[in-house]
Design a protein around this ligand. Structure first.
Ligand code: G3I
Length: 401
């Protein structure tokens, strides 16, 4: 191995001399390209896209001009901290974590960072434990992809967050056709079977997930199959079944637009109180935290809201943090994003029963944001080339300052 590395390094050191100019059809430009940008005589460097320019027949030698529509936003980080390490050592949190997805685990450069438990002490599967993945047909369960993430977490000494059991999205269509009288048993069977399968492996479950409970702004209940058939009882049914299936797992309701005070946060507080009064198990509230650069309030706004929940004797967690911007990224936006990340993380640090922070994937390469919000992106602390952005230092500062 050492011999191979030495050979590889000495081979690399020869490259600039061996390939001074790109050959015809060879790469000569593009984002991240560090090779030659001039081409052999008779060809010129032709722009194909932001990531690739190539030598093509022409006359004379030409230097490439790459028109980039996105910026290489990494390398603004100077922090030497490792985020899970400082989350635990400096902020007394259980973990700093990331979401991930099965298709990403074949990307070796991505995995090399994800599996480092000094950086990430916790993993959440972004899709593979959801209903459409685990029970695609009535009574037919599939755990292959969920198991892959669970094994990954175990192999790397990382906590696993189960995500999720009852959500109105990513429900297979058969669920909507279940006769009303059977919806309760379908829900209970699903929760029981999935939670039992992962019993002993999951630190906490997002039992009921975002928007299942309340519409985003007004705190009213969302109309969908479980609510329509069971009313608000579907929440207590799901929580009760989850507790019976794995008494050790923390049971969460996870939602968005509840990170700071407002109608929805108040409605959620009232729901927790009602569940507790009815002796329904509830251990925590997940604050999704899909936020927008420049619109993130000071840490104090999160702290006072988080404390309303922890005052009820439950924990909170920041479960899906990302902070998106309107593209293209600029140094000013990246600096603001750093401040925004710092504020959220500092808030979790300040609240003893905020147990940890999870980012909704660590890299812009795999963020859900650009495909959902047109013209927006750059929401993660690592750029699409897996290079740390200033936001990384914001997180580190949030845990340490
Ligand atoms: O698996 C199919 C694949 O077979 C198909 O070829 C492809 C074509 O579009 O779609 C694939 O499914 C996609 C799935 O992600 C897996 O990649 C869905 O279209 C896509 O809608 C789905 O998006 C997920 C989204 O939840 C669904 O609402 C995102 O990856 C996931 O990050 C996102 O996560 C949610 C949390 O669960 C709850 N909170 C909000 C958060 C962001 O929306």
């Amino acid at each position: 191995m050492a011999r191979f590395s030495a050979f590889f390094v000495s081979f690399l050191s020869l490259l600039p001399f061996a390939i001074a100019q790109s050959q015809e059809w060879g790469q000569c430009g593009g984002m991240g390209w560090t090779g030659p940008t001039t081409c052999v005589s008779g060809t010129s460097c032709v722009f194909m896209n932001d990531f690739y320019s190539q030598g093509a027949a022409s006359t004379g030698t030409t230097t490439v001009t790459t028109t980039a529509t996105t910026t290489a936003t990494g390398s603004g980080s100077t922090s030497t901290a490792m985020l899970n390490t400082i989350a635990k050592a400096n902020a007394n949190k259980l973990y700093f974590g990331s979401a991930t997805d099965n298709s990403e685990l074949s990307d070796t450069a991505y995995v090399a960072i994800l599996k480092n438990n000094a950086e990430f002490g916790q993993i959440t599967p972004a899709n593979s434990m959801k209903w459409d993945a685990t029970e695609p047909s009535n009574g037919v369960f599939s755990f292959t992809n969920g198991d892959q993430i669970a094994s990954f977490a175990k192999a790397n000494g990382q906590l696993l967050r189960g995500h999720n059991l009852a959500w109105y999205q990513q429900l297979p269509s058969w669920v909507n056709s279940v006769p009303t009288a059977q919806v309760g048993s379908v829900l209970t069977t699903h929760v029981t079977t999935v939670v039992k399968h992962y019993a002993g492996q999951v630190y906490a479950w997002d039992v009921v997930n975002g928007m299942s409970i309340y519409n985003p702004h007004d705190g009213s209940w969302r109309s969908f199959v479980f609510f329509n058939a069971l009313g608000q009882n579907y929440v207590s049914m799901a929580l009760t079944a989850a507790r019976a299936a794995d008494p050790a797992a923390k049971l969460y309701i996870n939602d968005y637009n509840i990170e700071t005070a407002g109608a929805k946060a108040t409605a959620m507080l009232n729901l927790v109180k009602a569940l507790q009064a009815a002796k329904v198990p509830i251990d925590g509230i997940g604050m999704e935290s899909h936020l927008i650069v420049g619109e993130v309030p000071a840490a104090s706004a999160f702290i006072s809201n988080f404390e309303q929940f922890t005052a009820l004797g439950i924990e909170v967690a920041v479960t899906e943090l990302d902070i998106r911007m309107t593209l293209p990224a600029t140094p000013a936006l990246l600096a603001q994003q750093k401040t925004d990340y710092q504020n959220v993380v500092a808030a979790c640090k300040a609240v003893a029963k905020c147990v940890g922070v999870t980012i909704w994937d660590y890299t812009d390469k795999y963020s859900w944001v650009p495909s959902t919000f047109s013209g927006q992106g750059e929401a993660c602390p690592w750029d699409a080339n897996l290079v740390r952005k200033p936001a990384y230092d914001g997180i580190a500062a949030g845990f340490t300052n």
